[in-house]
Design a protein. Structure first.
Length: 236
């Protein structure tokens, strides 16, 4: 595939240092290697980045650090993300087709933005469009409304479906955990949340959710939110 530069001769106006190789500066790839060595040490657990950085950048980081330290592996787990796209094209400054988080926050909460991102697996391209943002907003609203109804649920213990609800809670927790253990499959994890919402909503309407059952469901969603952080604070 080619090689990468450890040291570059400086162009006019660029920073430079005197070495046995001549005046120059470090290559681009060694910047991250130096930063991570300072803050994380010569080995650490998790490194992320876009798919287009696998080669040469991340392979260069590995080669540099493992050569310097003599220790392998440099990083235990690599997470390479898909591109952020709009209308099927990668967002980039050069194309002028990008939007900043600051601009999106003028119309949508951070929770809605987070939901939009989590709705796609991290290794897949994430498509940004206004209709997708509206759909994400509606999904977060659905969760908020569900938790709001749970907060005031006070069904009769005698007619409550508490045993059935306990089973649903355990099943949902298992499905959520399995999804997250499957290479952080957040779309599947979110699907497990909406599955229990669909199951519980009719019971709430029928008054068949007592306080204890309501509390167990809310605790379940609090647990999910500690991981995904997409439920507005006032709803928790």
């Amino acid at each position: 595939k080619g090689d990468f530069a450890l040291w570059k001769f400086s162009k006019t106006g660029e920073p430079k240092w005197k070495t046995a190789l001549g005046e120059g500066r470090p290559g681009w790839h060694i910047e991250d290697t130096a930063i991570t060595e300072k803050h994380f040490g010569v080995q650490y657990d998790l490194h992320g980045g876009a798919r287009d950085l696998i080669f040469p950048h991340h392979e260069a980081e590995i080669a540099q650090m493992e050569s310097i330290s003599g220790k392998k592996p440099f990083v235990k787990y690599w997470l390479h993300t898909g591109f952020l796209t709009t209308n099927g094209q990668k967002m980039s400054k050069s194309l002028g087709n990008f939007i900043t988080i600051r601009d999106v926050l003028k119309n949508y909460s951070s929770e809605v933005i987070r939901f939009m991102v989590l709705s796609t697996h991290y290794r897949s391209p994430i498509e940004y469009r206004e209709e997708i943002m509206k759909s994400s907003w509606a999904a977060v609203q659905r969760i908020e409304e569900f938790l709001g109804k749970l907060a005031v649920a006070n069904g009769n213990k005698e007619t409550s479906k508490s045993q059935h609800i306990t089973g649903l809670v355990l099943e949902t927790e298992k499905e959520f955990s399995e999804a997250m253990d499957d290479d952080f499959n957040t779309p599947r994890a979110l699907a497990s949340m909406f599955k229990i919402i669909k199951e519980i909503n009719p019971l709430l309407t029928e008054g068949k959710v007592d306080k204890n059952s309501s509390g167990s469901i809310r605790k379940l969603f609090e647990k999910f939110n500690k991981i995904l952080s997409m439920i507005p604070k006032e709803t928790k």
